[in-house]
Design a protein around this ligand. Structure first.
Ligand SMILES: [Zn+2]
Ligand SMILES: [Zn+2]
Length: 399
């Protein structure tokens, strides 16, 4: 048995629209599911109140209700409004489910939640909060800096000319000829606009960056013609970069606040200098050591000698001891790359190779033939006990 709508709202049959509205508000607040969690009676009451109000607040429906009773407002009142308002409690359920899914409500968006609520609903991300200065933060700038191995070995100071966004000189970066700004009328200076958005979960209030002022809260008066009101222009600046010894290809240095200047007095972004090592013609790098390959003649390897060897610090005399075998690594301590941490340096290694000439004069050939006659100049397999037994065994097997 349905209750009388007037009774539900506690008003007389001659109540004015305003009286009905007042009564409804009071009851709706009293029985709202948020205030009465897990209270079935309150929920029922809430539905009734809503249903009654929907019927009595509409002139046409109220007339029909007065004339025909519940039958007059029919299914639209009985199920339609019940469905609509009864959904209110379901709605809050869904809302909290949504919050769980996306790691928190609006208040937490951007505060560490991997997937902010606002971002999901396509707004708010542009609204800048807690702005320290006027304007918009400038972007980071990334440049590549090529370095020779010599520069990397000892570290180097570089002066670079870079093109970047700099503050407009005409307006001192304000974007305005006179420097005057005024509070944005669209957002009343807050930089944010609230938009009601209907989604499959219901209606949400969405906070987005103000489209008029771009989230700055202020708009400029008499726009500077030189920078079109942006407060920034493309310019060239010189930047000093100190590269420490021992850096590697792909390392980068971050110069705080040396990136692009932000529009209209915004703070500058960072300058990120990505380091690139130019391959060296003579040396290869192995950590903080460098390796140089040296070709030595056969007589010098046998007899030993002193040769000039190139290093990152110029020529250094290196002693090749007698009977040095090919592939030997000779070390020149302290001639490598400076360690990134600490003041010492790596070493240079000299890899010894035998020099085998391709073109020989007739005379040279005769000399070598002469040399060949000497015993002990060629590896004699038959004098090597291991090789000797190998050949003897091989003869037994294959003969
Ligand atoms: Zn605005
Ligand atoms: Zn300007």
């Amino acid at each position: 048995m349905k209750k009388d709508y007037y009774e539900v709202l506690g008003v007389g049959r001659s109540a004015t629209k305003d009286e009905i509205k007042k009564a409804y508000r009071k009851l709706a607040v009293q029985f709202h599911p948020d205030k009465n969690p897990d209270n079935k009676d309150a929920e029922e009451h809430f539905k009734e109140v809503n249903e009654a109000y929907e019927a009595l607040s509409n002139d046409d429906k109220r007339r029909r209700y007065d004339q025909f009773g519940h039958a007059g407002v029919g299914s639209s009142a009985a199920s339609g409004s019940g469905g609509q308002y009864g959904g209110a409690s379901d709605f809050s359920d869904i809302f909290s489910a949504v919050n769980d899914m996306f790691g928190g409500g609006r208040s937490r968006a951007g505060g560490g939640a991997p997937f902010g609520f606002e971002e999901f609903f396509g707004g708010g991300g542009g609204a800048r909060k807690g702005r320290a200065s006027a304007g918009i933060q400038g972007t980071d700038l990334k440049i590549r800096l090529k370095l020779t191995l010599e520069e990397i070995a000892k570290g180097v100071d570089k002066t670079l000319k870079i093109k970047k966004q700099v503050a407009c000189k005409e307006c001192n970066g304000s974007g305005s000829k006179s420097g005057a700004t005024e509070s944005c009328k669209t957002c009343n200076g807050t930089g944010e606009v609230r938009q009601a958005q209907k989604t499959m979960f219901g209606q949400f209030v969405n906070i987005a960056a103000c489209p008029t002022c771009g989230g700055e809260g202020r708009i400029i008066k008499d726009r500077c013609t030189s920078c079109y009101g942006e407060g920034i222009k493309l310019g060239e600046v010189t930047v000093k970069v100190t590269v420490p010894a021992g850096v590697q290809d792909g390392n980068y240095l971050t110069l705080r606040g040396q990136g692009n200047t932000g529009p209209r007095g915004g703070a500058a972004g960072d300058l990120i200098v990505v380091l690139e090592e130019i391959p060296h013609d003579l040396f290869s790098r192995n950590g903080d050591d460098v390796v140089y390959t040296l070709a030595v003649s056969f007589p010098d390897l046998v007899l030993g000698t002193k040769v000039d060897v190139p290093t990152l610090d110029g020529a250094v005399k290196l002693t090749i001891p007698p009977s040095t075998q090919p592939e030997t690594m000779l070390r020149i301590p302290g001639y490598g790359i400076g360690h990134l941490r600490g003041s010492s340096r790596g070493d240079q290694y000299v890899k010894v190779n035998v020099y085998v000439p391709k073109d020989l004069s007739h005379q040279d050939k005769e000399l070598l033939k002469e040399l060949k006659k000497s015993q002990g100049i060629s590896p004699d397999a038959h004098n090597d006990p291991h090789a000797k037994s190998f050949f003897e065994k091989a003869r037994d097997i294959f003969s």
